[in-house]
Write a protein that binds this ligand. Structure first.
Ligand SMILES: Cc1ncc(COP(=O)(O)O)c(C=O)c1O
Length: 298
């Protein structure tokens, strides 16, 4: 399945209220979302038949659309139901879901006041975002050329397609040099995040993570912060300078697709996947699978 192009797979896609054959889920060339990036999306994962934090993802989708100035013509309950229906139609208990909303093809120009708003949800199996072997050693990150824009330059808190243009450029440049991903600084030069995941560091037993003031405050980031607190780990959200990268011992990235992934290198800086990364990986996997864990505080 992994090698079959996405437009040629079998199954169903929930498309504007109906489950239609996967191959029929097409849009017109002159779609506003394609030309002008008037498109927002989500990435959710299902574990053991349950979509993890579905309501938070749906609310973020609706809010992202709101930030871009459009209203998705379905309620959050209807969007949640669409996601569950899609998962079921695909016969999946564990998988990745991609809800996406976009301005349609009724008119093409910067202004698109009358264009219809579309919503679709696709689901597929997606076991690991990174190569499992690389992931064990800690993935290698390059430094990205582009920076996360200021909230005064772009709608930084929307999960909007347009914001991923600099992520794809950065990830491709990193992959071309043999890295798994890239780490982006923000517009001020502080450490921000990877191209599709938030970042954490460990130094002397204390966890440090950048303040999410110009990039997505990820649902996984918030979950991991709570899990770290439950473990009794000290965690500081602060602005982190690139000069500090050489002083950290552990590093990991977190996101719905990436889950909790240890980082072994950022450019010239080396990290060793250690006890804190491992504990939070275990706790996150237990949390998403709804396992009850009891541990002594650290
Ligand atoms: C750029 C970016 N940052 C952070 C995240 C992490 O967000 P979440 O944990 O809500 O998936 C994602 C993934 O959605 C992302 O694409």
């Amino acid at each position: 399945m992994a090698d079959i192009p996405f437009d040629q797979r079998d199954g169903f896609i929930w498309f504007n209220g109906e489950l239609i054959p996967w191959a029929d889920a097409k849009i017109h060339l002159l779609t506003h979302g394609l030309h002008y990036a008037s498109c927002v999306f989500e990435g959710c994962r299902a574990y053991n038949g349950e979509i993890f934090k579905l309501r938070e993802h749906t609310e973020r989708l609706v809010n992202s659309a709101d930030i871009l100035g459009f209203k998705i013509p379905y309620s959050v309950e209807e969007i949640d139901d669409a996601c569950r229906a899609e998962l079921k139609a695909q016969g999946l208990t564990d998988g990745y879901l991609r809800p996406v909303a976009w301005r349609g093809s009724e008119g093409l120009g910067v202004s698109a006041q009358k264009n219809k708003i579309n919503l679709a949800v696709a689901a597929w199996e997606w076991p690991s975002y990174f190569d499992p072997e690389q992931r064990k050693r800690g993935i290698r990150l390059d430094m990205a050329k582009y920076r996360r824009p200021s909230p005064e330059t772009a709608p930084s808190h929307a999960k909007a397609s347009g914001l991923y243009m600099i992520c794809t450029i950065s990830k491709h440049a990193a992959e071309d040099k043999g890295y798994a991903d890239a780490m982006m600084l923000d517009y001020r030069g502080y450490v921000a995040e990877a191209t599709g995941a938030n970042i954490f560091f460990v130094k002397d037993g204390v966890i440090h993570t950048p303040v999410a003031d110009c990039f997505l405050n990820g649902i996984t980031r918030k979950t991991v912060i709570t899990l770290a607190e439950q473990r009794g780990f000290q965690l500081i959200e602060r602005h982190i300078l690139p000069e500090e990268l050489s002083t950290f011992e552990e590093c990991f990235i977190v996101g719905t697709a990436a889950e909790v992934t240890p980082v072994g290198e950022i450019g010239p800086h080396k990290y060793t996947p250690g006890a804190i990364s491992a504990a939070l990986y275990d706790d996150y996997m237990a949390e998403v699978r709804r396992e009850i864990r009891v541990h002594a505080s650290a």
